[in-house]
Design a protein around this ligand. Structure first.
Ligand SMILES: [Zn+2]
Length: 258
């Protein structure tokens, strides 16, 4: 029989204890849950009104609540309003994840809706807040794809996060389709801007993709959206909505309401 020195035994016991400790931690790590923390940078004087509207609307806080209730994030993310650049998702040098949205984004959207006199029953401010709501979920989608295994390729990421935004809006809010429609309208209006040539095709594609999903979620209710969609949308869009709805249910491992 081999004998072990007390020194070796002590190392073996310590090592085993360490392994058991790590094993006990594993389920916690696997189920790690992230939250969305919302912060507002001090606005410049010209941005005070926009900052106040965004803050009072509680749009961002609603998204944070949805993230919490539905466990959408595996890592913490800070949503920072009042940055110079954005909207975009950023991984900082220290590894922290942030979503940046300048106050000017909301102001530009409000101005866009006001100048085009879109849907008189919806105020430009509400339309701009709806577009902001869509943008937050879009950027949140980038955070999800960065921090979780989704199987979504880099080439498909932009389209996938637009889709996620629409699916979540429709699933979570009673008026989610209207919120998504505002974002679609923003892209349609942007495509008519004089300096839109660079992004023209992209804006039109995003406008059509969002409205295709909205129509697909309830073809009877949103039939009028077909007017601005390609002819085959009546067959394609309901199927597309179902496919993406299922795809995100699988990624989040939760049942999403229809
Ligand atoms: Zn994006």
């Amino acid at each position: 029989m081999r004998t072990y020195s007390p020194y070796f035994l002590r190392i073996a016991i310590t090592f085993t204890a360490l392994l058991l400790f790590c094993a006990a931690l594993l389920p916690v790590i696997a189920e790690a849950k992230g939250s969305l923390r919302v912060t507002y940078e001090l606005p410049d004087p010209e941005d005070v009104a926009a900052a106040r509207i965004i803050h009072q609307s509680e749009v961002a806080e609603e998204v944070a609540q949805v993230v919490e209730d539905w466990s959408l994030l595996s890592q913490n993310v800070t949503l920072r309003f009042g940055t110079q650049l954005g909207p975009h998702f950023a991984v900082l040098q220290n590894g922290k994840l942030e979503i940046h949205i300048p106050y000017s984004f909301f102001k530009e959207m409000e101005k866009l809706f006001a100048s085009k006199k879109y849907l008189e029953q919806v105020s430009p401010t509400t339309s701009a807040l709806n577009t902001l709501h869509h943008a937050i979920y879009h950027e949140l989608g980038h955070a999800v794809i960065y921090s979780q295994k989704t199987g979504i390729s880099d080439a498909m990421e932009e389209e996938a996060v637009d889709t996620l935004s629409v699916i979540l809006l429709i699933s979570v809010y009673a008026d989610g389709a209207d919120i998504a429609s505002s974002a679609a309208k923003a892209f349609q209006l942007l495509a008519t801007e004089p300096d839109s040539t660079v992004n023209l095709q992209n804006d039109i594609r995003r406008f059509q993709e969002i409205n295709c999903l909205v129509y697909g979620s309830n073809p009877d209710k949103y039939r009028e959206l077909l007017n601005d969609l390609p002819v085959n949308s009546v067959e394609i869009c309901p199927e597309r909505f179902l496919v993406h709805h299922k795809q995100w249910e699988k990624i989040f491992n939760i049942p999403l309401p229809d």
